[in-house]
Structures are given as structure tokens and as C-alpha cells.
Write a protein that binds this ligand. Structure first.
Ligand SMILES: *Cc1c(COP(=O)(O)O)cnc(C)c1O
Length: 375
């Protein structure tokens, strides 16, 4: 029986999302004891003690459906936005998926960057809508002029991850202003800021306020990265109240669990923990960048909790050699980049171990015959 015939026609060309290799999978398959995961841009530390305590408290009340009000109140106060401009999701990707489902129909198209987040196109295809792909700019960042040039009368949405999931390049304030000011009234801009907390001073400030001034801009953020709660699956969006009202018509009841809500609320309060993650990440990123460049590896400029690297012909050997030693990195061949590896910033000691392993592997492959691009 070919069940794909049962699938709604727009869904037939889709493939399931392939996450990076998990620790559990590598342990099962290779029997390795020590595993270091640098493939999904998670925080390298366990959640803050305050978040853990709050989650434990929430567990005992798991017989009751959750109430999101406390977290929403806290977010509204922290971000200085009205309560009715906030929406929670099972991760921010859930909010983004819901936005596409709510607002994009088969007669529309959606504008994406060539090297934008690879999870977006499926949402658009699912709606039976067309993709319009804009060329990316330097370091795989978004090129605002290219994005705006792809907009036509049928465009309903532009999806932009800043910093990007691929290289960590983010739009600077000038580029973002140009994009927002250049948006026609019939187009929504989704600004996916999963890595907002890691950006430097060149990144635009107070972007959470944008939807209040520009009602066709929607900003999404997450607890998965800088708050160290990827496993909980909780994120949020900020949008004009009228858009949130539309979105709520298609939201499932209770998108975030009681445990996730409690963990997120406590994490939001634990500013010291956030600062610790961010500062450890920034110094780890510096160290990784400098050390890899000293080994003649190309490292792209980015603003997030990972680095995109180009190992050239050594990519496959390095990727597989690392995996054999228990270091999981992300091969970017799914983006059509066979020589690029993306490496999340780990804790300081993990970074040193990784650098040691890379150095060894590069020395062993300096003999050209063993080199080959990762495919
Ligand atoms: C990691 C990431 C997310 C986060 O997704 P969650 O569902 O919040 O865990 C969203 N967008 C991009 C570009 C990411 O890299």
C-alpha cells in the first residue's frame, strides 16, 4: 500500500525534518562513552537551578492543564509590550509554522533567502504556496535588496532568520530598517530571532518593539538557545494584537506544557544564568574562531552561539574523524555546502578537546590523497 496517495497533494513532495545526530544515537550506534555535541546550537550547560526547581514543582501538578498567564505577564513586563501582542508556542518554530498556516494560501508566495533556515520551505510547500528564493549576501547573510526585489503582488510573507541558522550573520540596524520600510502593506515579515541574546552591539536594538510600530512585522524568540531549555520546547512570538487574534483561531489548546511554562518563567527571572551562558558562549566563540583560523580553516563572521567553518577538501575526514572520537558537528551538505561544518560553541573544556581533535585530524590529512569533500 502506498500511503502517500492518502496525503494531501501539497504534502507529497515533503521529507521529514532531519535533526542533527543526538548523543543517544551516537552512543547506541558506536558504543562511545564520552560524547560532545556541537551540532544543534544548544546551551552546553544544564538548566539553571532555579528553572530546575520550578520544573520539579510543576511536575507535581501535572494532573492539571497548564495556565500560561504568569509567563505571559513576565514576558510583557520584561519586553515592554502589551499582553495581547504575545503568543507562546512549542518552541518558536511552532509559532512560525502556525503563522505560515494562518496567513499563507495556495494563491500566495513566500520570499526566503537562499541560505535561510532550512526548516522554512516545508511550511510554505505544505500550504500549496510558491517559494521565491532571494540570493544571500556575504557570509551567507540576508541581502535585503534581493529579498525586496523578489516581492510581487502575490507575496504574503518574508521569512528571515537573524542571526541566520547557517552562519550566524545578522542584519545590522540599517539593513533591518531598510527591510521594514521597504515592506509593502500586503506582506508580513517574520523576523526569527532565535539567537538574539548572542548578538553584538552592531545588531539592531529593541527589535521586540518593532511589531508595535510596524504591525506587519512579527518577531519570534525562544528559550531553546541562550536560556538553555531546548528540550522543553517553548518559544514565543510578538505581533500586532489583531494578528495574534487571527493566529489564536488555529492554535491547539495548551501549546506549552506546565513544566515548560514553569521552567521558562524561572529561566527568564534568572538573569545571572543567562549572562553566564552568553558570556561563556562569546568567549568560546572567540577562542574557536581564532584557533581554527590559526589552523588555516575558514571561519565565517557570525553573531550566534556557533561558528560556520569551511574545511575545504578535509571536511569529510574531519567530520567523520570527529564523529569516531565522539564529537558531533553538523555537516552542511543539506544546504548544498559539502565542505562546510557548523560547530556549536561548547563549554571551555569541550572547546579545547575539540580543537585538539581537529588539529590531530588536520595533521593526519595534510597528505592530499586522503582528502575529500563531505557529501
Ligand atoms: C534553533 C532555531 C530556532 C529555535 O527553534 P525552537 O523551536 O524555538 O527550539 C528557530 N529558528 C532558528 C533559525 C533556529 O536556528
Amino acid at each position: 500500500m502506498d500511503w502517500t496517495e492518502f496525503l494531501a497533494p501539497p504534502l507529497r513532495s515533503l521529507a521529514p525534518y532531519r535533526p542533527g545526530i543526538t548523543e543517544e544515537k551516537l552512543r547506541r550506534e558506536r558504543g562511545l562513552r564520552e560524547i560532545y555535541k556541537f551540532s544543534s546550537n544548544e546551551a552546553p550547560f544544564s538548566p539553571s537551578p532555579a528553572a530546575l526547581a520550578a520544573m520539579q514543582g510543576a511536575l507535581t501538578q501535572s494532573n492539571r492543564y497548564p495556565d500560561a498567564q504568569a509567563l505571559l505577564d513576565q514576558l510583557a513586563a520584561r519586553l515592554h509590550v502589551p499582553l495581547d501582542t504575545l503568543v507562546l508556542g512549542t518552541g518558536s518554530i511552532d509559532v512560525i509554522g502556525a503563522l505560515v498556516r494562518a496567513f499563507v494560501s495556495p494563491e500566495h508566495n513566500v520570499v526566503l533567502s537562499e541560505y535561510g533556515y532550512c526548516a522554512y520551505p516545508a511550511f510554505v510547500t505544505e500550504q500549496g504556496a510558491a517559494l521565491r528564493i532571494a540570493a544571500s549576501g556575504p557570509h551567507f547573510g540576508h541581502d535585503v535588496e534581493q529579498l525586496l526585489a523578489r516581492v510581487d503582488g502575490r507575496t504574503r510573507m518574508i521569512l528571515v532568520d537573524s542571526p541566520t541558522n547557517l552562519s550566524g550573520q545578522s542584519l545590522d540596524a540599517t539593513a533591518l530598517t531598510r527591510l521594514v520600510d521597504g515592506l509593502p502593506a500586503h506582506v508580513l515579515l517574520i523576523l526569527d530571532e532565535a539567537y538574539a541574546e548572542f548578538t553584538d552591539s552592531s545588531a539592531p536594538r529593541d527589535t521586540e518593539q518593532l511589531p508595535l510600530r510596524h504591525p506587519n512585522v512579527i518577531v519570534t524568540r525562544t528559550f531553546s538557545k541562550a536560556y538553555g531549555l531546548a528540550g522543553l520546547r517553548i518559544g514565543y512570538g510578538i505581533a500586532a494584537a489583531g494578528l495574534i487574534d487571527c493566529l489564536n483561531r488555529i492554535r491547539p489548546p495548551f501549546p506549552a506544557s506546565r513544566v515548560a511554562l514553569a521552567g521558562a518563567a524561572a529561566a527568564l527571572d534568572d538573569v545571572a544564568y543567562l549572562k553566564r551562558i552568553v558570556s561563556a558562549t562569546l568567549s568560546g566563540r572567540r577562542r574557536l574562531t581564532d584557533a581554527l583560523r590559526a589552523m588555516n580553516v575558514t571561519v565565517f563572521d557570525g553573531n550566534a552561539n556557533f561558528v560556520l567553518t569551511d574545511f575545504g577538501l578535509a571536511a569529510k575526514t574531519v567530520y567523520e574523524g570527529l564523529l569516531k572520537r565522539g564529537f558531533i558537528t553538523r555537516a552542511m551538505n543539506t544546504y548544498g555546502l559539502p565542505t562546510h561544518l557548523r560547530i556549536s560553541v561548547g563549554a571551555a573544556d569541550e572547546v579545547e578537546k575539540l580543537l585538539g581533535a581537529i588539529k590531530q585530524l588536520l595533521e593526519a590529512t595534510s597528505d592530499n590523497t586522503t582528502r575529500g569533500a563531505y557529501r
